[in-house]
Design a protein around this ligand. Structure first.
Ligand SMILES: Nc1nc2c(c(=O)[nH]1)N[C@H]1C(S)=C(S)[C@@H](COP(=O)(O)O)O[C@H]1N2
Ligand SMILES: [Mo]
Length: 243
């Protein structure tokens, strides 16, 4: 109902040619927006930030906008230039698949998947055993890079570093001491095997789908029999922070 009233008001104001008297009492911008929303419902826009700002402006006038109203108001936003849009998309693609190593290292790195795959002498692959907090167990075949070798030989970790944090895009984080990253881990069901901590890009023969996030997962075996290791498997790693 409110929407119809607003549209009628806007039309009346237009017909009467008295928009100046209204503009005296309220924000000129907002009136323009309502009019254009009413008259040009076909234009589309893609800039989210500007949209939400302007939605807020409209909210102040109408008090209780329905979802439908907010959608109708989309066309009123300024069109970002096509150059801007292209750059935004490119930026996203270029930063999406990079594994970042930051902090107390000689070489802060942003490694692409191809660069990691090229480090053939520090790649490790194996079936890893997992136990989670509900007692669920399983084996997953992972292929990836040995984390300690990556930090020690490529990033050149500094001698005063004490803490290594593996931080995911969703904020999930696991922290380790240097020794914990250097250690080898076990599989309680195959006690003769040893496993380094790895950053995997391939799971059960398939690379991660980059549409679902950064294609890197921390994989850690067990410290000892019964060790609940699955929560340490940080997926969609954004950055490895050395402190
Ligand atoms: N990025 C990220 N990784 C994560 C988590 C998370 O919330 N975010 N949860 C952890 C926990 S508690 C468990 S048990 C496992 C679950 O892995 P799954 O979803 O493959 O079973 O992922 C771990 N890795
Ligand atoms: Mo979990």
């Amino acid at each position: 109902m409110k929407r119809i009233l607003i549209i009628l008001m806007a039309l009346l104001l237009l017909l009467a040619g008295c928009s100046t008297s209204v503009n005296e009492n309220s924000d000129i911008d907002n009136n323009e927006k309502i009019e254009s929303a009413t008259l040009k419902p076909d234009e589309k826009t893609t800039e989210g930030e500007i949209e939400s700002e302007e939605d807020n402006n409209i909210e102040q006038i109408t008090e209780e906008p329905t979802t439908e109203e907010l959608i109708t108001e989309e066309p009123i936003t300024e069109e970002p230039s096509s150059v801007e849009q292209t750059n935004n998309i490119d930026d996203e693609k270029n930063t999406k698949n990079l594994l970042k190593i930051e902090g107390l290292v000689e070489n802060e790195l942003s490694l692409s998947l191809d660069e990691l795959k090229a480090m053939t002498d520090i790649i490790f692959e194996a079936d890893f055993y997992s136990l989670n907090s509900f007692g669920t167990t399983g084996y997953t075949y992972f292929k990836g890079i040995k984390l300690w070798n990556l930090l020690d030989e490529v990033a050149l970790i500094k001698p005063d570093a004490t803490k290594i944090s593996i931080i995911a895009e969703d904020g999930y984080k696991m922290e380790f001491t240097i020794e914990q990253v250097q250690n080898e881990y076990i599989d309680e069901t195959n006690p003769e095997n040893k496993y380094p901590m790895i950053i995997a890009w391939e799971e059960d023969g398939e690379e991660y789908n980059t549409d679902e996030g950064a294609p890197y997962k921390l994989v850690v075996g067990q410290k000892e029999a019964g060790d609940v290791n699955k929560p340490q498997w940080v997926s969609n790693i954004d950055v490895i922070l050395i402190e």
